[in-house]
Design a binder for this molecule. Structure first.
Ligand SMILES: *Cc1c(COP(=O)(O)O)cnc(C)c1O
Length: 402
């Protein structure tokens, strides 16, 4: 219905972002596709109703039958992100976690085994430990640096390998092609959380992944005002993921879908700016005596840099830092009064954010050895020098506190 795939892929990525998923000629020349608020679609005949039932039963999901399964607004966002990532089709969900849970439950049953990366996004770990295990799925956490040695952890009942690269909070890079090669040789599905890279900087499906997930809550929407997820699937994965997402009620709301599509249009400008500012701040932090380590794969001396450079075409603005050991009072004195880096969860919006992180509580396969407190920073679109001065005043407060 929107820009034909064959034509769109002839354009550079920045051009595609502007044009994918919209068709002004179909909507009175209006630039943005309209928001469809719909639960109900009217059928003109029993024959038409039966046709939509056949469409659904066959797994085609081409026709619109009910709001939970999507509207033309949903389809526009799905088409745009699918084409950016070279997928077959995508499924929009209520939030990023919903897309992850739908993809995991699409491929896992009682008695199956899941290999999942240690130091992944915390709530996914909770879903595995509190829900998947309750339903009889065996879960093993693997070291993000394991590479092809993941073959040693594969069991006869391993059905899914789940990846996130770089990892949440600690930003280790995983060798994605090494792991997908092991999975493919054994018929194991792979799911990768690609939120950090956004659809611009890494193409999971081109590296052998079956399902690429985005918390569209973050960079795709870009304005910290909505929750949405998207799972980009290859052809073999689309039907199971779509059936699970719609069968579990993980649908996104129409206004949120519309705003995510609007946010997507400026992603090509925002991501390079986030990367530039994050790099400037990360390099400055490396010079500070208060900082023991910066974790950002785009830095040349980061342990994950070689993999990042090989597989990624850019970086986003999210990175980690570990401070030299200091007292809780000193750490709080720094964070509590930052003016620009406000403290809050989520990231990917236009504004800078910081949160203290506690990586030791979220890993089992690769223990966290650092002694000092850890931070996660999101470099927003503010002036980089203002951001550095904000952190500099924070370090002065840290030094002055007992
Ligand atoms: C935020 C986040 C999610 C979850 O997305 P929500 O939309 O908040 O549910 C998943 N993965 C990563 C890496 C995230 O940062």
């Amino acid at each position: 219905m929107n820009t034909p795939a064959s034509h769109a892929s002839a354009f550079a990525q920045d051009t595609q972002i502007v044009h994918l998923g919209r068709d002004p000629d179909a909507y009175h020349g209006i630039v943005n596709p309209p928001v469809y608020h719909a639960s109900t679609f009217i059928f003109n005949s029993v024959a038409q109703l039966l046709e939509t039932r056949r469409d659904r039963a066959s797994g085609a999901f081409e026709q619109f039958t009910y709001g939970r399964e999507g509207t033309p607004t949903t389809r526009a966002l799905e088409d745009a992100v699918t084409q950016l990532e070279g997928g077959y089709r995508a499924v929009v969900t209520s939030c990023g976690l919903g897309a992850i849970c739908a993809a995991l439950t699409a491929f896992l049953s009682t008695g199956d085994h899941l290999l999942i990366v240690d130091s992944l996004y915390g709530p996914v770990r909770q879903f595995c430990d509190e829900f998947l295990k309750k339903y009889g799925v065996e879960v093993t956490y693997y070291d993000p640096l394991i590479g092809a040695d993941i073959a040693h952890l594969v069991q006869p009942n391993t059905k899914v390998i789940y990846l996130e690269s770089p990892c949440s909070l600690t930003f280790e890079m995983t060798d994605v092609p090494a792991i997908t090669a092991v999975a493919k040789a054994r018929g194991i599905r792979t799911i990768l959380d690609n939120t950090w890279a956004s659809p611009l900087c890494f193409k999971p499906l081109a590296h052998g992944v079956d399902v690429s997930i985005h918390a569209a809550t973050k960079y795709i929407s870009g304005h910290s005002d909505l929750m949405l997820g998207i799972a980009v699937c290859n052809e073999a994965s689309f039907i199971p993921v779509k059936k699970t997402a719609s069968g579990s009620g993980y649908c996104g709301g129409p206004d949120d879908v519309y705003m995510a599509l609007r946010g997507l249009r400026t992603l090509g400008l925002r991501i390079p700016r986030h990367q530039e500012t994050a790099t400037t701040i990360a390099k400055w932090l490396q010079t500070r005596p208060e900082v023991s380590r910066v974790m950002y794969p785009a830095l040349p001396d980061d342990p994950g840099h070689a993999i990042w450079k090989r597989d990624f075409t850019g970086a986003s603005g999210l990175f980690g830092a570990v401070l030299q050991p200091c007292s809780d009072t000193q750490f709080a004195a720094m964070l509590d009064h930052l003016e620009l880096f406000r403290m809050g969860y989520s990231w990917g919006g236009y504004e800078s954010l910081v949160v203290p992180t506690y990586p030791a509580t979220l890993r089992s396969a690769r223990p966290w050895q650092e002694k000092g407190p850890a931070l996660r920073l999101h470099a927003g679109l503010e002036d980089p020098d203002d951001l550095i001065r904000d952190l500099e005043r924070g370090f002065a407060r840290l030094a002055a506190a007992a």
